[in-house]
Design a protein around this ligand. Sequence first.
Ligand code: SF4
Length: 745
Amino acid sequence: MKIKKSPVHAVGSKSVFKASKMATKAMSLPKTLVLLRKLNQKHGMDCPGCAWPDPDKRSKLGEFCENGVKAVAEEATDRKIGAEFFHKHSVKDLLDRSDYWLGQQGRLQQPMIIENGDEYYQPISWDRAFTLIADQLNALPSPDEAIFYTSGRTSNEAAFLYQLFVRMFGTNNLPDCSNMCHESSGVALKETLGIGKGSVTLEDLYKAEVILIFGQNPATNHPRMLTALEKAKAHGAKIISINPLKEVGLVKFKNPQKVKGWVGSSTNISDLYLQVRINEDVALLKSILIKLFDLEETQGGIFDTDFIRNKTDGFEEFKKDLLSNNLNDLIKRTGLAENEIDKAVQLLKDKNKIIACWAMGLTQHVNAVDNIREVVNLLLLKGSIGKPGAGTCPVRGHSNVQGDRTVGISERPGKDLLDKLATNFGFDPPTKHGYSVVEAIQAMYDNKAGVFFAMGGNFLSASPDTHYTTQALKNCTLTVHVSTKLNRSHLVHGKTGIILPCLGRTDRIIKNGKIQFVTVENSMGIVHSSQGMIQNKADLLPEPEIVARIAHQTLKESKLDWIYLTDDYNRIRDLIEENIPGFNDYNSRINSGGFELPNGARNGVFKTASDKAIFTINKLPDYEIKENEYLLTTIRSHDQFNTTIYGLDDRYRGVFDGREVIFMNGEDLKREKLKAGDRVDISSHYNDTTRTIHSYTVVPYDLPSKCLAMYFPEANVLVPLDLHARESLTPSSKSVIVKISKSKD
Ligand code: SF4
């Protein structure tokens, strides 16, 4: 492993070279060109990476980023793993390999099974696999003993059929990856603004006066956001970044689509960069709000009093609670100098077109819902919601994570959805809430659930408390994964483990000689189509067909002709139109280029109990970091998307050819008598259990004292299952109290 200085800007020519290298290493040149030409273009193929929206006018040079190319190359790789591979490698052998190595082996080629006591996966036919799954499901004492997980790649069509099958089977056990990322946003936004999604569109970013970016690293996680921020700045927006780590992409950006991005200077992204201590965003926001109240008192005109009076509830209680805080104590908690906070106040005070963007830096804490509600309080005071250039922007991770929720993937379905399904399909959907991810792991661990079915994803690597989750999965009688590539979750299986290999976003789906497309919803609520380009000759099935064939096999009494539905995806979209609000004329509107889903908050309509936006009273985190303790946040490397490891470099943070690192502040290094390159063990201790990982290399980094950062999935071992957001149950992966000690080796 090599540690170098971080670069001074993100993206630029290096990004183009790296993307080209990754693409051509994985795929032939003609295939690369076919895929990239259509990537994120109208009627083309949606990027299997993040959910960042596409602009109306697409660039002819290509509408994608380095990480989009990596995502495409990862999925469309020419490398293949079939029966010979699994014959050569036992599960024990594969468990010793890194996540990166597993992903590099290639695309799965045929269904595989491993049964109790076996050491190797063996091929199985599709028919036999479906019969076995149906038999195991039907043998369960209760449908609630099966868990059906969904990852955010799943298309609207597959997700709708999947939730329908699961509810006809008799359970709401539909945990999904949202439970681990933006569940806190959904809970906070539904309560305060009446819709669990963001309110802004791309156009709003270009009209904003101030854009706040909380707990986010766009250069790695949704890189095209930088292009949008550059354009917003050109239109006059000021950007305030709030992040414990100094992330190069939030400092300077070189846009490779512009000549200036190759030979000229970079664009300064942040006008103000506040390196707040990990999880002290509420303290920072309260400090800013108190100072704004002061200015409102002394000079007036700071708040949108008409908006507050006519459109909100709870203002007086909120104000009373806010002003009861001691400003100096709040500022001290943030770790920032008061004059830095004053600069934020100056940038905000006269503006009312404010957009707040955020990601996991706000959502993965015990107090995550408070974090987001406090952001909403700021927007409500300024009347910055329901108007152009203002509003909420939770930036979603996986490409259709938002769409899956919209079409019914939820362990807590609303009554409206269940009533529709009951009327239109003639059955009694279960009303009892199902398990979220955390509850599902607990249920499997406690032997209260025996079948785990995953529609995509890498559940084990995405989940907290890796050793505990491992045991939970091993307790199952059956684990099934619908996947494109081999991953760690396949290696920690139940008594029987099945891998069902599916077509991916890049693959062409043909039914009865007709090319099919699927649909997805981006982070800003726009639904559009995605059509794969590559004819994959392996023994793979598209996800909707996998669901339909399992449903057909399991639900013997079902009158629904599942197979007929998947013969033409327009039929599935017709069913979505009948059951999910906002999808009227689905097929015709999708064919005309896509459409925007209804969004009350975008238009200043708040579907809360009082039809008003709600001010809330939010708590500060209530833990204490002792002298010998630190607060650890988990992060992604630049060669990583969620749990997929594309490579071993994190060039924006200067780490090359390795991942077992811990980022530390220079003062902390001195106090601990450590130097760069030393190795440390890291432990977390919660509820009488100590979790430890060994021998991580210390890397000095620009982040506040008493704060540490490590990559997940490696650091997930340290995140206890029961350390999660109070209201949303999202694992608290961004604030874990840990101790460090010098490794003995
Ligand atoms: S920004 Fe996201 S959606 Fe766009 S190309 Fe990059 S990874 Fe794909």
